[in-house]
Design a protein around this ligand. Structure first.
Ligand SMILES: Nc1ncnc2c1ncn2[C@@H]1O[C@H](COP(=O)(O)OP(=O)(O)OP(=O)(O)O)[C@@H](O)[C@H]1O
Length: 276
């Protein structure tokens, strides 16, 4: 039986007086490929940031964010982690976060820093084996020929593929991709989504992707978690995310009447009408 990779319980976050996440709870099992969707401002990025401790939940309440066998935060308090533990999660940003002046290969090697002895990491001394690994990671994203090129000469799609190669180099078991294709043209977006899917299928990595484009979520992910106004609106198979539900998610249509599973097989589906 697959293991729990992420468990979120009673997660609430308020910025100032603005409740951005309200009582969020879900679990993600090892090897799942999940799309996190919802209208702009619904809290997707904020939720993702909680999963790696970049944002802390409200201190009040019983929230817990658990990933890869350890608590990331509890009741809004971050739990410290070793470098090796942090490396187990790779985070891919919309804006790639590459060092533009460094070569593509070096950017990929950077993914290894957290797994190297500190003195070697500080000196940036990579072994022949690590270089071979980085080239292999680049090969997997189809960019080994650009290894020596400066990162800031690449297209957006290529940059994102380098960022994925860096996560591969990190040997991340969990990959969180926050709008990885938001600034890419359709062809590049497809290439990036293909690679994320392949990593999930071939390596068994758990992949969670925030997406604006529902079509990509439908095509590439098995499960959707949808937020609306900071609340969990839908959690279930992507195939059950009907046009009517999506319309309700994005257009504030009436919610309760839309959830009418046509057969009894829809066990994991949960829908909560947003009240706010
Ligand atoms: N650090 C912050 N301080 C104050 N408000 C914030 C902060 N981060 C996010 N917010 C607010 O929280 C809400 C949710 O933002 P978030 O970026 O999580 O939404 P999102 O669903 O990812 O949106 P988008 O799809 O547009 O990126 C927004 O109203 C945003 O302005």
């Amino acid at each position: 039986m697959s293991l729990t990779t992420i468990a979120v319980q009673q997660l609430s976050k308020t910025f100032g007086h603005h409740p951005v996440l309200q009582d969020i709870g879900f679990e993600i099992r090892q090897g799942e490929r999940v799309a996190l969707i919802g209208p702009s401002g619904s809290g997707k990025s904020t939720l993702m940031r909680h999963l790696v401790g970049l944002t802390r939940a409200n201190r009040q309440g019983n929230s817990c964010v658990h990933a890869l066998g350890r608590d990331i935060q509890r009741h809004g308090k971050l739990i410290s982690a070793s470098r090796a533990e942090r490396c187990r999660t790779g985070y891919i940003f919309q804006q790639f976060n590459l060092a533009g002046r460094l070569s593509v290969l070096t950017n990929v090697l950077v993914g290894r820093l957290g797994r190297m002895p500190r003195w070697r990491a500080l000196l940036g001394r990579f072994s022949a084996e690590e270089r071979a690994m980085a080239l292999h990671a680049l090969k997997r994203v189809g960019l080994e020929e650009l290894a020596g090129q400066r990162a800031n000469t690449l297209s957006g799609g290529q940059m994102q593929r380098v960022a994925i190669a860096r996560a591969l180099m990190q040997d991340a078991e969990l990959i969180l991709a926050d709008e990885p294709i938001a600034s890419l043209d359709p062809r590049s977006a497809r290439e990036v989504m293909d690679i994320l899917k392949r990593i999930n299928e071939e390596d068994g990595r758990t992949v969670v992707i925030t997406l604006h484009q529902v079509d990509y979520a439908r095509e590439y992910c098995q499960r959707a978690i949808a937020l609306r106004q900071g609340r969990l609106y839908y959690d279930g198979p992507i195939t059950q995310l009907t046009d009517a539900r999506l319309q309700a998610l994005y257009e504030n249509a009436g919610l309760n009447e839309l959830y009418q599973p046509s057969d009894g097989s829809v066990q994991p589906v949960m829908l909560r009408a947003a009240t706010g």
